[in-house]
Design a protein around this ligand. Structure first.
Ligand code: HEM
Length: 520
């Protein structure tokens, strides 16, 4: 049985959740009516699924969403499952407010997933003060200076990809699995100086299975997500002991990460006791007793699964999207290659990747069009009012603030924000790296941590590894583009699909990025 089939674990969960369905439905029918009903939006095609099939399971991501954005503007109302209203927000000021305000929390569905896969002691699972404490500790390993030290690791990884491409020439190469392995290798080496071989076959296999498992979406899952707000977390934890393949993978992954983490922490602390100099990998930095605010061994172990999973597929897919855009835009690819070859050829010592304007414009444009997380769901924890950059028209007139009540589901439309015409211009849906070269994008509201983009989210939950990811992409993309040319494979279309993350999918429905790759 493969992992996708294994998501039939949901069937087992259905049995548990069915009893709550009826009472949830009744409560939803009679829930308090808020001003949300005055916000305009498309008519709902179904009571059970609302607009969720169009929003979350469309053939190409954005098929419907970008039409709604055009028709209703940067804030509109959709229907979630079981008739629940959902506020869709792409307005920059509103997004900034929601991401930074403590009165918006993650929805039950997201909390359940985070808890099951990463655990409460991971920085993504921790809340409030505990979250702040862990972030402050982990930050030491993700500063601009710390991530520059990982540059040689990324350069070695880029060499390995190039060797693979040289050793297996073919008319069409699916670059996606190569990048997934490469980005896992980059993280394990940067984070604790382990090669994939050191991790062991079972660990690596489990890691790929977990990635595959979290990259599935189905109608059934939409319903489970809608109900998960109403189920206690202990029930979900109890469910992980059901003998399904999916839960076995999750449980085994947690055990392996724990064992591996403890072994590495022991090695580092033993070395420190013997007075040996700590390495410059992330774990050594975090555990270094000479560093003020260093982290405890237990804290570090609890982050291992998160750091490996959070930084692997996101980065691999973004690089794949970038290479696909280069294949579609050969003239830009040529210009970029000239800049890169010039910089790599003339640099004595460490390459100054930040000083390459086209490379950085290309990365920003790729991240803008292909955010790993195109939608982020939040729930209002306390009645509040959301401010707007631009007033909207409701059924009762114009408003520039939206009152929302406790319990309201709000969806942060990251991909839509990154395609707003009012912000990015009339060609907002096109790949145009040159938009970044005149500096105008930086004079607008600052939302995310990088280039006014929200692909790394924003506020206290901003991606911890965003600088790490940028340097990794700068290095890998530069080395690949300098050595190889990338072209589209005739007759093959690759579409973005939302499977918890934004994934490149071919016509068979499989995740793949087949490209014609030629040595220069
Ligand atoms: C292009 C690459 C990447 C993208 C687009 C990305 C995106 C994101 C997003 C959207 C979140 C917020 C998730 C949420 O709260 O629902 C996040 C969180 C996180 N990311 Fe990344 N990420 C990338 C690479 C990395 C890398 C390379 C690492 C580590 C080496 C990393 C580590 C983390 C961690 C630890 C969090 C949790 C932060 C917290 O909850 O305080 N990410 N990332």
């Amino acid at each position: 049985m493969n992992v996708t089939q294994a998501s039939s674990m949901e069937l087992a969960i259905y049995a548990i959740t069915f009893a709550t369905l009826i009472s949830a439905t009744v409560r939803l029918l009679f829930r308090h009516r808020s001003t949300i009903r005055q916000i305009l939006g498309p008519p709902s095609p179904s009571w059970i699924f609302g607009h969720m099939l169009q929003l979350r399971l469309s053939r190409e991501y954005g098929d419907h969403e970008f039409q709604w954005l055009k028709q209703f503007g940067s804030v509109y109302r959709l229907q979630g499952c079981f008739g629940k209203n959902q506020l869709m927000v792409a307005d920059p000021l509103a997004l900034q407010y929601i991401l930074n305000s403590p009165v918006f929390g993650r929805t039950g569905a997201v909390n359940v997933m985070v808890d099951l896969v990463f655990g409460k002691k991971s920085v993504i699972g921790a809340q409030d003060n505990e979250h702040r404490r862990l972030r402050a500790g982990l930050n030491i390993g993700f500063t601009a200076t710390a991530v520059r030290n990982y540059q040689p690791v990324f350069e070695r990884v880029a060499e390995t990809i190039a060797e693979e491409l040289d050793n297996h020439p073919a008319a069409s190469i699916n670059i996606s699995p190569l990048l997934t392995v490469a980005t896992l290798g980059a993280i394990t080496e940067a984070v604790f100086r382990y090669s994939l071989k050191d991790l062991g076959e079972e660990f690596v296999e489990n890691n790929f299975q977990t990635v595959e498992l979290t990259a599935t979406r189905s109608e059934a899952q939409l319903l489970v997500d809608a109900l998960s707000d109403r189920l206690p977390l202990w029930l979900w934890h109890a469910a992980t002991y059901l003998p399904t393949t999916a839960f076995k993978i999750i449980r085994r992954g947690n055990e392996l990460a724990d064992q591996m983490g403890r072994q590495i922490v022991r090695e580092r602390l033993d070395a420190a006791k013997q007075g040996l100099k700590m390495n410059d990998d992330l774990f050594s930095i975090l555990l270094d007793p000479d560093v003020q605010d260093h982290m405890s061994g237990d804290d570090v172990v609890a982050q291992i699964r998160l750091i490996l999973l959070a930084g692997q597929e996101t980065t691999a897919n973004t690089i794949a999207w970038g290479l696909l855009e280069l294949a579609k835009n050969p003239a830009f690819q040529e210009k970029l290659r000239a800049e890169i070859q010039d910089a790599l050829g003339t640099s004595a010592g460490a390459v100054a990747y930040d000083g390459m304007p086209l490379l950085n414009a290309f990365i920003k444009e790729t991240i803008r069009l292909y955010p790993a997380l195109p939608l982020a769901d939040r729930v209002v924890l306390q009645d509040t009012t959301i401010p707007l950059s631009d007033p909207i028209t409701t059924s009762t007139g114009h408003i520039n603030r939206i009152p929302v009540l406790k319990g309201q589901h709000v969806t942060l439309c990251i991909a839509a924000y990154q395609r707003l015409e009012s912000r990015w211009g009339a060609d907002s849906h096109d790949f145009n790296p040159f938009r970044w070269l005149d500096g105008t994008e930086f004079r607008k509201e600052a939302v995310g941590p990088y280039a006014n983009l929200l692909s790394f989210l924003g506020g206290p939950r901003t991606c911890l590894g965003w600088r790490f990811a940028i340097v990794e992409m700068q290095v890998i993309l530069s080395h690949l583009v300098a050595k190889f040319s990338f072209a589209q494979v005739e007759g093959e279309s690759i579409l973005p699909r939302y499977l918890n993350n934004l994934l490149p999918v071919v016509s068979s429905g499989e995740k793949a990025v087949p490209l014609s790759i030629t040595r220069i």
